[in-house]
Ligand binder design. Structure first.
Ligand SMILES: CNc1ncnc2c1ncn2[C@@H]1O[C@H](COP(=O)(O)O)[C@@H](O)[C@H]1O
Length: 362
């Protein structure tokens, strides 16, 4: 995955140095699904907790292999959701996922999740409440990570279900919900079934991000999706020329999830990943993980993969991470705060004895 290419060895000295640099680099994560981001260790703890009541889950493990088709991926959640079916486990995974990102050097996180009911008492509202209360605990403890929440609407939702999610997002907007997302199996549903919910969200000042062009069959929906209009897009793998023009002339940033795309076989391999077009044109994009628990890849690894695949040196990676600040849904004050953190980090890195930089000034 992360290759010790001649470029990497000449710029970083070793693969270990590259990995350390990527971990230390301050980073932003904007596309992380809560239930897909749970580490294998935390999932195992949930299995231990639940296996008495649900013995069929005792052997459950996320398969570590490339999938033939993206739709195989969604069946994994039939299991994960049985492990996270009450308020307590939702609180537990939220805390554990935020800790993981923080440990990996993430300074600003927009976590996303699909509110769920369960027959054992969990309601969509209690689900959102528990996630927000964990987020607030982090934000108020001077913990060194800013976390906001995006509520996801599944493509299979009815308009009524989508509106319910948007109403929760509106109700809890002042507690850290910054936007809504359209996600789920791209071969199911259609934007037009739920579009009014996204328009309502925008009316109330919420931002909108949409999973876009994950598979080629989504192209006929693109014009309708772009008419909302979205503030960011996820993946944007398969683009028709009209969408390409619209995205570029409206400067819509794209959340790039390289390992997810390769593992789900929507992109053949890293070398052919469409992030390369964005790196070439300078169109804004942000490296993200999507589902770090399911794909066994954290954010610093995604940066290292980008570096080894597309020959990016320290300054290139810093700039990529720095430009992600422009893509966040939070306000200008937070953006300023983040730019200062990034600049201070870079200054201190450049002047440190261990710096691998030679003649670089930002
Ligand atoms: C591979 N790329 C992807 N494309 C589309 N939707 C995805 C996804 N990865 C995850 N999800 C969506 O996120 C849910 C799990 O997290 P939450 O329960 O919301 O926290 C999945 O059920 C799916 O709907």
């Amino acid at each position: 995955m992360v290759e010790p290419t001649p470029f990497i060895l000449s710029k970083y000295g070793s693969l270990e140095n590259l990995e350390k640099y990527c971990r230390d680099l301050p980073k932003i994560e904007l596309h992380a699904h809560l239930n897909g981001s749970v580490s294998p260790e935390t999932l195992q703890q949930l299995v231990e907790r639940k296996k008495e009541k649900k013995p069929h889950l005792a052997q459950f493990k996320i398969p570590k292999r490339k999938l033939d088709e993206i739709d195989e991926f969604f069946s994994i959640f039939n299991f994960v959701y049985q492990l996270t079916d009450d308020d307590e486990s939702i609180g537990y995974i939220t805390e554990s996922v935020i800790h993981d990102f923080k440990k990996d050097g993430v300074q600003y996180l927009e976590l996303r999740t699909t509110p769920r009911n369960d027959k054992n008492g969990m309601t969509k509202e209690s689900y959102v409440g528990i996630v927000l209360s964990v987020i607030q605990k982090f934000s108020h403890s001077g913990n060194g990570i800013i976390v906001n929440l995006i509520l996801s609407i599944d493509r299979r939702n009815t308009l009524e279900e989508a509106m319910e999610t948007v109403n929760l997002a509106i109700k809890y907007k002042n507690r850290g919900i910054v936007g809504v997302d359209l996600c789920g199996d791209p071969s199911k549903g259609h934007i037009d079934n739920v579009k009014p919910a996204f328009i309502e969200a925008k009316k109330h000042g919420l931002k909108v991000t949409l999973h876009f062009g994950e598979i080629e069959a989504n192209i006929p929906e693109h014009a309708s999706m772009l008419a909302i209009p979205p503030d960011r897009l996820g993946h944007a793998t398969h683009l028709d020329s009209e969408s390409k023009d619209f995205i570029s002339s409206n400067n819509i940033s794209v959340e790039m999830c390289m390992t997810s795309n390769v593992m789900c076989n929507t992109v053949k391999n890293y070398r052919e990943h469409h992030i390369q077009d964005f790196l070439l044109t300078g169109h804004k994009c942000c490296i993200c993980t999507d589902d770090k628990g399911v794909f066994f890849s954290d954010l610093s690894t995604e940066y290292a993969i980008a570096a080894s695949t597309f020959s990016l040196d320290q300054k290139n990676l810093f700039e990529l991470s720095f430009q992600s600040i422009d893509c966040i849904f939070d306000n200008d004050e937070i953006k300023l705060q983040l730019r200062k953190i990034w600049n201070d980090w870079y200054e201190s890195y450049s002047s440190s004895k261990n710096s691998l930089l030679t003649h670089v000034h930002v």
